[in-house]
Ligand binder design. Sequence first.
Ligand code: FES
Length: 77
Amino acid sequence: MVSPMYVCLCVGVTDGQIREAIYEGCCSYREVREATQVGTQCGKCACLAKQVVRETLTELQVSQQTTLAYPVEFTAA
Ligand code: FES
């Protein structure tokens, strides 16, 4: 079990909240920022927040590709 990590201390946004915003349809850092207000104060968390956004989007893409990858048509060699 992973405990929540605060990404943005100014606004009090955790990595879990960022992931949730993405699961709910945000697909860029800008959209996550608008939804959660992350990085809207001092801006020091922007780098980490972007990283969490990127990681979560990549995870989603990978899981989508895995479900789309089957059935795979093989051509006989
Ligand atoms: S820590 Fe996020 S805006 Fe300051």
